[in-house]
Design a protein around this ligand. Sequence first.
Ligand code: PGA
Length: 238
Amino acid sequence: MRRPFIAGNWKLNKTIAEAEELIGALLPRVGAVEDVDVVICPPFLALQAAVDSTRGSAVQVYAQNMHEKDSGAFTGEVSAPMLFELGVYGAIVGHSERRQLFGETDEGVARRAAGALEAGLWVIACVGETEAEREAGETEEVLRRQAGVLEAHEQLVLAYEPVWAIGTGKTATPEQAQEAHAFLRGLIDVPILYGGSVKPDNAAELLAQPDVDGALVGGASLDVESFAAICKAAAQSF
Ligand code: PGA
């Protein structure tokens, strides 16, 4: 079995001071969790503070996005080498909010993943179908298209996040998650996290699925007790 991996995606939440406070409360709870890779993904401005406050702990800091190019005329963007220099460990790419709200394409996500890996970062690349796509029976086609542009790499992790389950309280059943993960595993053999309304009360059964290697947690990662409980469920599943 692979070592479980729990990542907290804070999205557009937490100022620098709030991030320091959350990490201060989190570290005594998860800073020494064994057998689980614990990752937090604060917004860009809080990354420096997060790197400083987690130094010496087992918690790793990832960015939520990054530009595919190292430098150049890309106003408002942040690059992988900049993140790497800061001590950031990795980056999420292709989150469904980036795809839906900011026009990111499969090819753009693949370029971002390649840029991050090239700079030495780890990557969590997100894939997942919308509700309409699932209802139309297109789930596998969508996953094949989104994951098909990615190449396996030892620092690449996939996150299966059905769009209909993100922030909605609707979680994929353990069977739906397992089915999608097994399909993705057949396309690209890397660790695969499940994401979409993961909470302390559903984490254990999701993590018990043979092809679910961890979780990408949004809302519940902002609550210390919930995130710690999910990390604990992961440690117990190992
Ligand atoms: P959620 O978000 O846990 O709040 O559903 C997951 C994600 O967007 O990564």
